[in-house]
Design a protein around this ligand. Structure first.
Ligand SMILES: Cc1cc2nc3c(=O)[nH]c(=O)nc-3n(C[C@H](O)[C@H](O)[C@H](O)COP(=O)(O)O)c2cc1C
Length: 400
């Protein structure tokens, strides 16, 4: 049976959630599931804003039919061509053969690549700030190239002041009945997933997100309807501020994250001693992760949250322990900047991990590499306490 939610008098959410999928984009673990949001506006014309992943297409079409209540579908606005929102456009076209697809010029070749129906016959091509009147409502379109695909755009309902933000302002996490962010404890239960979603999927494109935020700042926005996660109708500024922080590569918290790799436990031991010393010096809320246990997407996200980062790893076949190497290359790929970084290494006959880790960070922008690194030869010895103490002191004094 249908399961829809009224958003405003004439706008409906007709999406759904997937709590079975283990990996979003076949990469990112989503233990809290994910929602695929799609919206229908019942104006003089009927308008569908994006579709959903094929995995929930059965419910989606039931919802669409229910909300249309016998009316036909006039427009499908295609804000983003990624298949989790688009894989069923071909089915929409088959069911509603007169539907017009509203999209920008960069969307057209993608539609042709993904589908076999004649595309040109049914597209309405829009450019920056073009408008589409559907009766009572008029949509304006704002291009958002490379947030995070080239054809991405957002749609703005100029009457109800609603921004349909595509993947922007989205988050992992299934909708558990509460569709609106003000109906959940977002900061406690959702923020980590929202950050992990943004940083890992869009984080590389900070400049492009900043451009979009600048354009959005010129619009009066009363509601944000993203393609994943809750709808924002209160306290929008708080979430927009988070996006501004993340996309400008500023640390969100003055805080320390320690990410370590360890085969036999000795590097872990050093990391524990350092954490303990930091705590003794008054550092609170230290985050600590074993890179072999915690998914890289979490460590990448935490690296964007925290201002001070410690990476500790054994040398491994003349290189860096592989799990740590993966994390560091992810951080580089996501353009991490503006952080204070400390390195700890371990090695039994020829420690090289420290040098190689430093080289990776040297190639990143605005990274202050603390000189007080720590080298462990196999196991931590009393003689090394002084260097761990010096590193803890350096981190603590640089935090304040
Ligand atoms: C497969 C393998 C390759 C290693 N390669 C190196 C190396 O190239 N250079 C080195 O100094 N130690 C090397 N080691 C030794 C580890 O770096 C060393 O035992 C370290 O103390 C392990 O730290 P852990 O106790 O935290 O796992 C290697 C160990 C293993 C298991």
């Amino acid at each position: 049976m249908h399961c829809v939610k009224k958003v405003t008098d004439d706008l409906y959410w007709i999406g759904g959630s997937d709590r079975r999928l283990a990996l979003f984009e076949n990469v990112y673990p989503i233990p809290r599931g994910v929602s695929y949001n799609s919206y229908v506006l019942l104006d003089e014309k009927t308008v569908l804003l994006d579709t959903v992943d094929a995995s929930i297409s059965g419910l989606f079409f039931e919802n669409l039919e229910y909300v249309l209540d016998g009316r036909t579908l006039d427009y499908l606005i295609v804000n983003h061509m990624e298949p989790d929102h688009c894989a069923i456009i071909g089915d929409v076209v088959r069911r509603y053969p007169d539907v017009k697809l509203v999209c920008n010029a960069k969307t057209v070749p993608m539609l042709k690549q993904f589908f076999d129906f004649p595309v040109e016959d049914r597209t309405v091509i829009v450019k920056e700030m073009d408008t589409l009147c559907t009766g009572k409502h008029t949509f304006a379109f704002v291009m958002a190239p490379m947030v995070h695909w080239p054809e991405a755009m957002v749609s703005y309902d100029t009457v109800d002041k609603i921004l349909f933000s595509a993947d922007g302002f989205g988050t992992f996490g299934a909708i558990n009945g509460n569709l609106f962010a003000d109906e959940v404890n977002f900061e406690r239960d959702w923020l980590d997933d929202a950050r992990r979603y943004f940083i890992n999927i869009v984080g590389k494109y900070g400049v492009q997100v900043q451009n979009l935020l600048k354009k959005a700042a010129t619009l009066e926005i009363k509601m944000i309807c993203p393609l994943h996660g809750p709808i924002w109708r209160e306290n929008l500024g708080w979430f927009i501020e988070k996006y501004d922080t993340w996309s400008s590569y500023k640390p969100e918290d003055q805080a320390v994250m320690i990410a370590y790799a360890s085969i036999y436990g000795n590097t872990e031991n050093a990391a524990e001693i350092l954490a303990s010393k930091l705590a003794d010096k008054g550092v609170k809320n230290i985050a600590m992760y074993d890179v072999s246990v915690t998914d890289p997407s979490v460590i990448v996200s935490e690296s964007f949250r925290c201002s001070h980062l410690v990476f500790a790893a054994p040398s491994y076949n003349g290189g860096i322990f592989t799990k740590m190497e993966t994390v560091l290359s992810e951080l580089k790929a996501h353009s991490l900047q503006n952080r204070t970084v400390a390195i700890m290494e371990n090695g039994t006959w020829a420690p090289v991990a420290g040098k190689q880790m430093r080289e990776i960070f040297a190639g990143m922008k605005n990274i202050e590499l603390l000189e007080e690194g720590v080298t462990i030869r196999s196991a931590v010895k009393e003689a090394q306490e002084a260097s761990l103490e010096a590193l803890a002191e350096k981190i603590t004094s640089s935090l304040t």
